[in-house]
Design a protein around this ligand. Structure first.
Ligand SMILES: [Zn+2]
Length: 323
């Protein structure tokens, strides 16, 4: 850039809004700008045809900043996002910045404000970004797997047609006492002691069959020990999965923990998940619950959490967690 243009650039910096100047700062320091966002997308997928998976592809110009590949096998053109949930989203140069908002667990409203996009768009992007991550579960774990269930109130949040009258404000937890399936959705979470692996599943109901079905792909090593509380649904779990199980009895004074068998890591995770969903996001629609579980799994991967680039890659189908 010549010095005259650079002077103009510098003087225009003064008229930036606070959000704009924040984004400029990020572009300069963390490489979260447009170019880097497109580079992140390209890096997430090695050059190959999105239709026939052939690697015999040649460069075929750029479209909206992304490299287009022409397939020598089938003659079709594609780019890195073709065939992924992100393909039809516009403004791909914002992907990295959007993923960074997700990394921080931000609300739709805050994200829309931060990136200067509509609330509808921020919402649509959220679920496109999470679609693939739902299946990014651990494939086989070893060690001590803590398993326990938690419950979310059934919700039609965001739906324009409510099947029932809106709930009164403040009518939250408690009251009624029971956990009827009409009102509460059970979520199973498993965490491996001392390792970063997390598995989760929205259950139809809390039954031995459903629980063993959810855990079968995760528990393949016969030396894995599955630790649960005394709920009757876990009774025959060991038999069904072909592993050792440890059931402990919960007492009024807290959990009885003989020989270090407890589900405290899972229960802490439940607490953070509930707190984030109920208080920060103000509840989520039940139909999207699997996406939010995936989001929580992404942001709690290892102690340092996940990088925004990895969220983009995972949205494009590359498993970035539970590996
Ligand atoms: Zn092809």
């Amino acid at each position: 850039m010549d010095s005259k243009k650079f002077k103009e650039l510098l003087s225009s910096v003064e008229s930036l809004t606070p959000t704009q100047s924040k984004r400029l700062r990020e572009t300069l320091t963390q490489g979260q700008g447009a170019g880097s966002s497109l580079a992140v997308i390209e890096a997430a997928k090695p050059p190959a045809c999105a239709f026939c998976v052939s690697e015999r592809v040649v460069r075929n110009g750029r479209r909206r900043g992304l490299q287009r590949w022409l397939c020598r096998e089938c003659g079709k053109t594609s780019n890195a996002t073709t065939g992924t949930p992100l393909s039809r989203l516009r403004d791909k140069e914002l992907f990295a910045a959007y993923a960074d908002c997700m990394r921080q667990g931000m609300t739709i409203r805050a994200t829309a404000r931060e990136l200067g996009m509509t609330i509808d768009k921020a919402f649509r992007w959220r679920h496109r970004f999470l679609e693939n991550a739902v299946d990014h579960q651990p494939s086989s774990v070893s060690g001590l797997l803590e398993v326990d269930e938690t419950y979310f109130r059934r919700s039609q949040k965001g739906s324009r047609k409510m099947a029932r009258a809106p709930r009164r404000r403040g009518g939250g937890q408690g009251g009624g006492g029971g956990r009827s399936n009409d009102e509460w959705v059970p979520v199973l979470v498993g965490r491996v002691r001392g390792q970063p692996f997390t598995t989760d599943r929205v259950l139809g109901r809390v039954s031995g069959v459903e629980i063993s079905k959810a855990l079968a792909p995760v528990v393949k090593n016969t030396d894995t020990v599955v630790c649960t509380d005394g709920h009757s649904a876990y009774e025959r779990l060991g038999e069904r999965l072909g592993v050792t199980t440890k059931h402990f009895v919960a007492s009024y004074h807290g959990h009885v923990r003989e020989g270090g068998f407890h589900v405290q890591n899972v229960n802490n995770y439940h607490g953070r998940l509930q707190g984030w969903i109920l208080y920060r996001l103000r509840g989520v629609a039940t139909k999207y619950l699997p996406n939010y579980l995936a989001w929580m799994r992404l942001t709690s991967w290892k102690h340092q959490g996940i990088h925004a680039d990895e969220i983009v890659a995972s949205a494009m189908g590359r498993q970035a967690i539970n590996l």
